[in-house]
Every structure is written in C-alpha cells, then in structure tokens.
Design a protein around this ligand. Structure first.
Ligand code: PLP
Length: 374
C-alpha cells in the first residue's frame, strides 16, 4: 500500500513532497552542472543553490552567507555539536534530556538536563549546570519535540546561555511549516533544519549560524560551503528545500485547520478512552502532534492494527523505529519503562482531512475499548 492510500498521520517522521518541490527538483535534475565548476552549466547550478540559500535564510531570519547545506537534520546537529563546540573551544556540551538522538549521541549522561513531566527543560537545573562548568560550553535546546510536539522555552534558555558565556544551538527540525522561527530574534548561535519535515525531499538540511559564530568543519577535503562542509552539494535536494521554504507560509496559513483536527482527535480520545494519557496536553505544543499512551496495549500492537487498516502513525520517534526500547523522551519525562512502551505518536499535516481522523478513531477507539474491558 502506498503512503497516498493510507490515512497518513506521521508527518513528524516525514511529510509528503510538495508539488512545487517536485517541479523544482525535476528542473534541477535537468540542470546537472557541478556548482563548483566555473563554466555555464556550473554557474547555472550555483545560482540555483544560492537562490535556495536565500529562501531558507529569509524563512528563519538568518544571514544567507551563514546557511550551510548538509545531508539533513542529523548531519546539521552533528556539525553543531562537534564543529561549533570545537571552534569556540567549549569545555563541554549540555543538552535537555529529550533532544533528538542526533544530539543525545554527543552528550554524556551527566550533561543531560532534566525535564519536567511535560518534557519542558528545567531552567534551574540548566543554570546550575552552567554555573558548574568552565565557560564557554555549548547548550542544545530543541525548538519542538519530535515525539510530543512540546515547545521548549528557547528564549529563556538563550538568556541563560548569554549570562554564562555559553553558545546555544537549537534543533528546529520540527518547527518549519508549523510555527514561526526567527533565529535573529531568539538570538540563537545555530539552528538545524531538515527539508523532508516540511515538504522537501530527504537528504537535504541546513545548519544556520549567527554572524560572528564559526565552526570547525567536520567533513574535509573540499572548499564547498565556504570550507565549512566539504563535498559536492546535493543540488536537487537543496533546490527542493528552497522551494519548500517558499511554501512554508502557506503551510502556516493552514496550521489552524490542522490544529482543529488534532483537537477533535484528542477530544474523541479523551471522551471515549479516558484511560489514555496525552502528553503535554495543556502545555504549548505544535498544533499537529499528539503523543498518546494507551495503558496495556503496546505501541507495536497499536501501530500494526492501524497500519493493517490503512492508517500510518508511529511508535514514538520514527527515527528509532525498529527498536523496541521505550522512548528516551518519555522516560526522561518520568514515564515508567513498561508504560512508555504503550505510546504512539499521531502527527498531522496539510493533506490531513477529517476523514483521516475518523479512520484513525474507527480503528483505535475499539482497540482501546477492547483492552479496557479485558
Ligand atoms: N531532529 C529532530 C527533532 C528530528 O525530528 C529529526 C528527524 O526525525 C532529526 C533531527 C533528524 O533529521 P534528518 O531525518 O533530516 O536526519
């Protein structure tokens, strides 16, 4: 069954590719020059890459010459965690405990900052950790959590970082197309983005740097991206990301409709399956995301039953799918390991319809009722 035939409710894993992106990518595939070549075809490809850079910079309010193209969010995060910390001579890295695994992989256990039961980073704990470390350190606080949609107090974290002479990186992979993000207003040192989370194609991402902030390149052996990331650029993916950036405003206009659908889904879950728990229910959250725990029914069972009925959702983070281990995000929020294995993530987007929500409820509510009665 194709993604199109499904009621696709897994936008936080990846989104459909926007029509404008398909057109832009197709055109870029025909324009096969290497952007580093000085001849006409090369210059043509270079111009397309630079146009995309401008569009992405404008979308997140970052200086265009400081937008570095990468292979996606994971590489952008790795570049920030290693390259930013190295260039600034950081003594260590602190990160909230619910960051994406591509951040967590770079953070030692004792450097993970606790979150509350809603997954919001404990700013007092962050301040205590900053006081204990020799400046500068690098702090990583994500914009919105990929599993729960819960928003972090990024502005407050930036203020703390400034107070203690730290640098601050924000994984904003889940933000675009769902909310407004201004890197300049927030005062962030770096931001990571991923094309396939807002209508682009997989394999293109960005690390955007604030003016004056430098990084040590991770990928060496070429002068691309102003020597910050060696390797011939993924021109078609980058052009597609630029096209998606130009559509982001339209996605934002649609966001209230998506929020209404998400709220309808949650209202039905709460009234028909009161034993279920919705994470971050009353906290600032992305309007497209719902993380639901159904006690006594494993995530796998829920995901498989829904899939058989043509509804696509994921068990926690799709990046960790295939792994039975409970989500580190829910564990950090104080959910017991056996309970955390019963959570699913439902995430909506611009192609989601009321019929998709009904289809989800038609399968999930009887499942909830069956296990409640058994
Ligand atoms: N950061 C967050 C918050 C994500 O949700 C993801 C992917 O799910 C990533 C980073 C990794 O992005 P990519 O798939 O482009 O490597």
């Amino acid at each position: 069954m194709t993604a199109k035939a499904h009621a696709y409710l897994d936008y936080n894993a990846t989104t459909p590719v926007l029509e404008e992106v398909v057109l832009a990518v197709t055109a870029a595939l025909g324009n096969f020059g290497n952007p580093s070549s000085v001849h006409g075809p090369g210059r043509h490809a270079r111009a397309a890459v630079e146009e995309a850079r401008e569009a992405i910079a404008a979308l997140v309010d970052a200086p265009a010459q400081r937008v570095i193209f990468t292979s996606g969010g994971t590489e952008a995060n790795a570049l920030a965690m290693r390259g930013l910390a190295a260039a600034a001579g950081c003594s260590g890295v602190l990160a909230s405990a619910t960051e994406h695994p591509s951040i967590m992989a770079h953070v030692a256990e004792q450097d993970r900052i606790a979150v509350d039961r809603n997954g919001i980073v404990d700013l007092d704990a962050l301040e205590r950790a900053l006081k204990q470390r020799a400046a500068p350190v690098l702090v990583a606080v994500m914009f919105a959590n990929n599993e729960t949609g819960v928003l972090q107090p990024v502005a407050e974290a930036v203020a703390l970082a400034r107070k203690y002479g730290a640098l601050i990186h924000c994984d904003a992979v889940q933000a675009l197309g769902k909310t407004v993000l201004s890197m300049r207003t927030l005062g962030l040192d770096s931001v990571s983005l991923s094309a396939h989370k807002f209508g682009g194609v997989k394999g293109a991402g960005v690390l955007a740097l604030r003016g004056g902030v430098e990084i040590a390149a991770d990928m060496l052996g070429g002068g691309q991206e102003h020597r910050r990331r060696a390797g011939t650029e993924n021109v078609s993916g980058i052009v597609g990301m630029g096209a998606a950036a130009r559509c982001a405003e339209r996605l934002l206009v649609d966001a209230p409709r998506v929020l209404d659908l998400r709220d309808e889904l949650e209202a039905a879950v709460e009234s028909e399956a009161p034993q279920a728990r919705i994470f971050g229910r009353d906290k600032p959250r992305l309007g497209n995301t719902s993380c639901i725990l159904l006690p006594g029914v494993s995530s796998e069972t829920q995901v498989m039953r829904l899939d058989l009925a043509g509804v696509a959702v994921s068990a926690g983070s799709a990046c960790s799918s295939g792994r039975i281990a409970p989500s580190h995000v829910l564990l950090a929020m104080g959910v017991a390991p056996n309970e955390a294995k019963s959570a699913i993530r439902v995430s909506l987007g611009w192609e989601t319809t009321r019929a998709d929500i009904s289809r989800f409820l038609e399968v999930w509510l009887p499942l909830a009722a069956k296990f409640r009665d058994s």
